[in-house]
Design a protein around this ligand. Structure first.
Ligand code: ATP
Ligand code: MG
Length: 575
């Protein structure tokens, strides 16, 4: 491709609204432009990367025996009503009506559509198992679309669904997909980690996310420093604690009320009283299923995990109640709330059970209690694991490890769904004895466009993107310093033709721009190998070969350049 006739609108300045590096660089490199919040144009350079990622995904899915199909983006509401997700998906589902006032949605994921297809086709155990996948645009009206391609409202996903006679076979496929995902992300040149995950709106009982490690990641993760346990903090289990040798005979000192004027947060009160935050009982009020207010207790140094809370309360929705509502119901200024005498249902994290010598709000403005003894002073309706896992927690799987924390970008997730959709939608098969059985299902997603952004988060420097070879838009950038000069142009043109003949993907910067502009753009768009053809080098009969990642340069005689470049690219693509 010749730059003069391409559409690569690079920018010198960062876009004002870009919070993360991948968003900044993809816009500046002329790869994406925003059309509306979370909705982007993918320009030619981006589409080349997308196609490369898709091809790796296709090759590995095909190798694993899955087959590609293409389902419609628009699907009728009835299918979603059958599974119950027309309601559950809430505002994230893009809904519309056709001219006959019938409800439809734009697919955020395709369990319903594929289960409907399969139930109309499959009759007998002889027709299963199979695994079907598609690569398609998905729609989710996210509350907070942000970070460029990371969290869009329209994005490209690979989604796969497998159908089986029994759990064992479905688990076997899950394991196969696990290995397939490892191959895909390795081939894309990413530093990633599979972690145990919650199943969210998709449902099911077993799930792993594939997380690209990056500080800018939206997901908090923990992993054991001694065994291979790793989980999203939303899923991270807390090792059951044994109450540490509490002497039942020994009574606690009496409750003591102290003034804490204007000190509301745990951190403020802890500092004011010179006590560690672990001594505190934090009281948070949640609104459950739009109705009841429930007080949730966690230790002062812990955070509530809303997913675990929903499980414990067996509810659809639990969110922090707003201050006015709490005030109106409890007549206490939030910040001074505590479990003693609070007139609300209380659920407590397991770490609160049997706690002594603790500090809580006194349900009176500007006062806290000291010497709180849970067993003596208040009784929650339930204790459960309600908190987020964090660094330093003992590993829930091994005896001696401790958890470390880090951040990640979820690029893929696999789910063992079991019979969730097949039972709800009546997708069955006849077994060898002629009995009707619900199908077992798994589903497997990869965010193609998010993966592209994640690759940039992991592969860049101050000057721009550094594409991993396997997904780079071009292998080689030819940079004739002054293309107008005959001697330079002739070498550049013949090298260009020769490399194309050898099947390499080459971008030739034949623009009549200042060298500085060309070098800056070269670094920005991140082609892994740059060949500079200039008067100085040609004087010695050489061109300059520079690797974008290492920044290392090498002079190569003109006559050897094509061979050398070819060899280098072939080697780099093997990894
Ligand atoms: P998240 O927790 O980040 O919202 P999710 O768990 O809801 O994602 P899945 O239903 O597992 O997403 O979808 C499969 C994959 O699609 C995800 O692993 C992710 O890579 C990608 N994906 C999901 N939502 C978005 C989005 N809004 N923009 C871009 N990619 C997305
Ligand atoms: Mg997910």
């Amino acid at each position: 491709m010749r730059w003069n006739t391409t559409f690569i609108p690079t920018l010198k300045e960062d876009p004002a609204d870009a919070e993360v590096i991948s968003h900044r660089l993809l816009v500046r490199a002329g790869m994406i432009r925003q059309v509306s919040r979370g909705i982007y144009d993918y320009l030619p350079l981006a589409l080349k990367v997308i196609r490369k990622i898709e091809n790796i995904v296709r090759q590995e899915m095909d190798r694993a025996g899955a087959q590609e199909l293409l389902l419609p983006i628009a699907s009728p509401a009835e299918l979603w009503q059958e599974s119950g997700r027309w309601e559950v998906y809430g505002k994230e589902l893009f809904r519309f009506k056709d001219r006959h006032e019938r409800d439809f949605c734009l697919g955020p994921t395709h369990e319903e559509v594929i289960t409907d297809l399969v139930r109309r086709v499959v009759r007998s155990y002889r027709e299963i198992p199979f695994n079907l996948y598609q690569i398609q645009i998905k729609f989710r009206d996210e509350v907070r679309p942000r970070f460029g391609l990371m969290r869009g409202r329209e994005f490209i996903m690979k989604d796969a669904y497998s159908f089986h006679a029994d759990m064992e076979d479905c688990r076997r496929e899950y394991e196969k997909m696990f290995q397939t995902y490892k191959r895909i992300f390795t081939r894309c040149g990413l530093n990633f980690r599979p972690v145990e995950a919650d199943t969210g709106a998709i449902g099911g009982t077993l799930s792993h996310e594939f997380q690209v490690l990056a500080d800018s990641g939206e997901d908090a993760l923990v992993s054991c420093n001694s065994c291979d346990y790793a989980a999203n903090v939303m899923k991270g289990e807390i090792k059951a604690q044994r109450l540490s040798g509490r002497n039942l005979k020994e009574s606690s000192p009496p409750l003591k009320k102290v003034a804490t004027p204007g000190k509301k947060s745990v951190a403020e009160v802890a500092e004011f009283l010179s006590l560690p935050t672990a001594k505190f009982i934090k009281t948070l009020v949640y609104k459950v299923d739009q109705k009841e207010l429930v007080a949730v207790l966690v230790r002062g140094d812990h955070e509530v995990n809303a997913l675990k809370l929903k499980l414990a309360l067996n509810c659809q929705e639990a969110s922090l109640a707003d201050e006015a509502r709490v005030d109106e119901t409890t007549h206490v200024v939030p910040g001074f709330l505590g479990p003693i005498g609070l007139g609300l249902r209380i659920v407590a994290d397991q770490a609160i059970q049997g706690i002594r010598g603790a500090v809580t709000g006194a349900n009176e403005e500007n006062f806290h209690y000291l010497e709180v003894d849970q067993e003596r002073d208040f009784t929650p309706s339930a204790f459960a694991d309600l908190r987020m896992a964090m660094a330093g927690d003992p590993c829930p799987r091994c005896d001696h490890g401790a958890l470390e924390s880090y951040r990640g970008i979820e690029v893929g997730q696999i789910f063992y769904l079991g019979k969730k959709y097949s039972e709800a939608m009546g997708a069955t098969y006849l077994d060898a004895e002629g009995r009707e059985q619900p199908l077992e299902m798994g589903c497997y997603g990869i965010g193609i466009t998010r993966l592209l952004a994640a690759a940039v988060e992991q592969n860049h420097d101050a000057n721009g993107i550094i594409w991993p070879f396997s997904i780079a838009p071009f292998h080689v950038l030819l940079l004739p310093v002054q293309y107008k000069e005959k001697a330079i142009r002739e070498v550049a043109d013949s090298l260009y033709e020769e490399l194309l003949k050898r099947g390499l993907e080459v971008l030739m910067d034949d623009r009549d721009e200042r060298p500085g502009v060309k070098f800056k753009d070269a670094d920005l768009i991140g082609i892994p190998l740059r060949i500079t053809i200039g008067a100085k080098g040609l004087g010695k009969g050489c061109v300059e070969m520079r690797r974008r990642r290492e920044g290392q340069t090498e002079e190569v005689p003109v006559g050897e350049a094509a061979n050398k470049i070819h060899l280098f690219v072939t080697e780099a693509l093997k990894v």
